[in-house]
Write a protein that binds this ligand. Structure first.
Ligand SMILES: Nc1ncnc2c1ncn2[C@@H]1O[C@H](COP(=O)(O)OP(=O)(O)OP(=O)(O)O)[C@@H](O)[C@H]1O
Ligand SMILES: [Mg+2]
Length: 364
């Protein structure tokens, strides 16, 4: 969808190019994060795609057409752009700001009003804000308006320069989740810039890690970047806790879980003790026709005839296929049972995850 071929940008009067020789392919419906230190050329790269900055070398193709052969105004209408530090028009209200591109592409009032209603819902903005001016909003509100405005006319391509930088961690997390939701539905082609490695890991299909001069150090899915950083620069950039960050990307459903110690409630207490001793956890799950009833401790079985006789206790936490291994790890380290119990819909028993099993994925 977007293809950068040996792209170069030299600003006049500067010794080194802002972007030297950058080649990057971005697929349709893909979300790519540009990350790297301040001044490495992220904003320059983004702006060359919609021709706010003209490259001094190389080619940029959008949908197989050289952007330099397209009318810049029409080109920009088809590309949503979130400017670093939001860049709202100061003398126009929030409503006017959001409707800018829909008006340019001649949507009628009714359609624009419906779209605005939809966007303020998505971005959790108060309708009261619509008639204010940008200076009358908080930084975080302005930022959300900036993203809403870029999405307004539903462009297939979005360029976003640090879209969530000015909001607190809680709102930021919510916006990121909304972003993932929206993107799962709309599958736009998105290039976004961020300083936050965790944000890039969470939101992108692939991360482009740039060094000063727009040098591409690695371009790969977050999972690969964390597992096999290309070089010391990337290793340092992704920072500590690479293993934990990787666990956050792997779903419980992606790996095989252990069977774990299991008995049915009608099993004899002797049988339950045998299963307990074999597994070595000191407890056993009681499962009745696939449904997990809970767990019993070895000494609770004393004087009982069957495994179901002491009332099985519920596990303090469960994980499902959709949870990440990082959540499963949390469940392991905070539970008394030293294992995370995996269930599917309706408490259907799937198995367990232990620290040992999860560590295998960290080093894999
Ligand atoms: N108009 C300009 N004239 C000369 N040099 C410029 C101009 N705009 C940017 N630069 C230089 O080009 C380099 C890349 O700038 P750019 O804005 O792309 O960086 P960035 O990666 O977006 O940084 P940040 O993370 O701080 O936003 C920097 O060294 C910057 O000083
Ligand atoms: Mg920038």
């Amino acid at each position: 969808m977007i293809s950068l071929e040996h792209v170069e940008k030299r600003y006049s009067g500067t010794a080194a190019p802002a972007v030297g020789d950058l080649t990057l392919e971005i697929g349709e419906g893909e979300t790519v994060a540009l990350v790297g230190p301040s001044g490495c050329g992220k904003t320059t790269t983004l702006k060359m795609i919609n021709r706010l900055i003209e490259p001094t070398g190389g080619r940029i193709l959008l949908d197989s057409t050289n952007v330099l052969d397209q009318d810049p105004v029409l080109l920009r209408r088809g590309i949503g752009y979130v400017i670093q530090h939001t860049g709202l028009l100061p003398h126009r209200t929030i409503r006017q700001n959001i409707s800018t591109v829909p008006r340019l592409v001649a949507w009628n009032d009714e359609r624009i009003a419906a779209r605005i209603a939809e966007l303020i819902e998505i971005f959790d903005l108060d309708a009261e804000l619509l008639d204010r001016y940008p200076a009358e909003l908080s930084g975080g509100q302005r930022q959300r308006v900036g993203v809403a405005r870029a999405l307004a006319a539903d462009p297939p391509v979005m360029l976003m320069d640090e879209p969530f930088a000015a909001v607190d961690p809680i709102v930021r997390g919510r916006l990121q989740d909304q972003f993932l939701d929206i993107q799962a539905r709309l599958r736009k082609t998105i290039v976004f810039v961020t300083h936050d490695v965790d944000e890039a890991i969470k939101l992108s299909d692939r991360m482009a890690i740039l060094n000063v001069g727009g040098v591409l150090e690695q371009f790969a899915p977050p999972e690969t970047v964390l597992r096999e950083p290309e070089n010391d620069f990337v290793r340092e950039f992704v920072g500590a806790e690479r293993g934990l960050k990787r666990l956050a990307l792997i779903k419980v459903g992606d790996i095989e879980v252990d069977d774990g110690p299991v008995v049915s409630p009608s099993a004899s207490a002797d049988e339950a003790r045998r299963v307990i001793d074999e597994a070595g956890f000191g407890w056993v799950s009681v499962v009745d026709e696939g449904e997990l009833l809970g767990w019993v401790d070895r000494h609770e079985l004393e004087g009982c005839a069957t495994a179901g006789e002491p009332t099985p206790r519920p596990f303090s936490a469960y994980v499902t296929a959709r949870d990440s291994l990082r959540q499963a790890l949390d469940s392991v380290v905070t539970s008394r049972t030293a294992a995370a119990v995996v269930v599917s819909e309706g408490q259907h028993y799937r198995g367990i995850l232990t620290l040992e099993r999860i560590s295998k994925e960290i080093v894999a």
